[in-house]
Write a protein that binds this ligand. Structure first.
Ligand SMILES: Nc1ncnc2c1ncn2[C@@H]1O[C@H](COP(=O)(O)OP(=O)(O)O)[C@@H](O)[C@H]1O
Ligand SMILES: [Mg+2]
Length: 241
């Protein structure tokens, strides 16, 4: 089997006396879409911050495309959308996208950018507006647009659907499915099990610092004898409380 796109090996992380992650092992294979589920405070964002080298690990190791996550080079094929994304307030939408595409070493092509805005149901006129005039939903769509235009191999998205209305969620879900059909690798966090179910090949449930489940969404339902993934998830975290 080829090396995984992302490999977490025994990753532990505490903040003070709070042990947030206790020896997390997780492989994300190339072309796979993995959803990281868990209640608020379960450690999803912390795991992603560890992956991106935004904080030090207490123990364990992380590899991205076979390279230690400590090297900036490991992130060369990765696009990241942070939780609570905001763009620099003094830029227009177009300036922000142009800046991000420069960072991603992609050419700015007006037609592609407009098509992406349309796909996310983000009015094209917003390109010329300062991002400080954007609503929360528009800001989230702008962050998603920049990521989806990056043409990277690996997408790490922390709560990509946050702040989106049902229609916008639907659009974003279609774009995630597009990326998947192009063979890109996705790792995203979500507390909405519906998003995970529709997009992900595998779901991992993070609870009390450990991986309470890792496998297919169908497998999680079967394990807890539930037809709804949401209920199976709740039973799973109760069982690991
Ligand atoms: N920088 C930090 N300092 C102290 N505690 C933190 C810090 N970041 C996260 N935590 C704590 O770690 C736990 C996990 O947080 P987080 O990873 O944001 O969870 P999730 O993304 O699953 O909601 C929470 O209890 C949170 O308060
Ligand atoms: Mg979070």
């Amino acid at each position: 089997m080829p090396e995984p796109s992302v490999r977490f090996l025994g990753v532990s992380k505490s903040f003070g006396r709070a042990e947030v992650l206790r020896g997390i092992d997780l492989d994300v294979h190339s072309g796979e879409c993995v959803g990281l589920a868990g209640v608020n405070g379960a450690g999803k964002t912390t795991l992603i911050k560890c992956l991106l080298d935004f904080c030090d690990l207490d123990s364990g190791a992380i590899e991205i495309h076979g390279t230690t996550h400590r090297r900036p080079r490991a992130r060369a094929r990765l696009a990241f959308l942070p939780e609570r994304f905001t763009a620099p307030y003094f830029l227009t939408g177009r300036e922000f996208i142009a800046m991000m595409l420069r960072l991603f070493e992609c050419r700015y092509e007006e037609e592609r950018v407009r098509a992406m805005f349309a796909a996310l149901d983000l009015e094209v006129a917003a390109l010329d507006k300062p991002v400080r005039a954007y609503s929360k939903g528009m800001t989230q769509k702008l962050g998603l647009a920049a990521c989806f235009l990056s043409q990277r191999d690996l997408y790490v998205l922390d709560e990509p659907m946050s702040g989106l209305d049902p229609q916008a969620r639907d659009r974003a879900r279609d774009l995630l499915l597009n990326l998947k059909s192009e063979g890109r690798t996705l790792l995203f966090t979500s507390h909405s099990l519906a998003d995970v179910e529709e997009v992900c090949d595998r779901v991992t449930v993070l609870h009390a610092g450990t991986m309470a489940y890792a496998g297919s969404p169908g497998g999680l339902r079967e394990r807890y004898g539930e037809t709804s993934l949401e209920r199976a998830f709740l039973k799973c975290i109760e069982a690991h409380a």
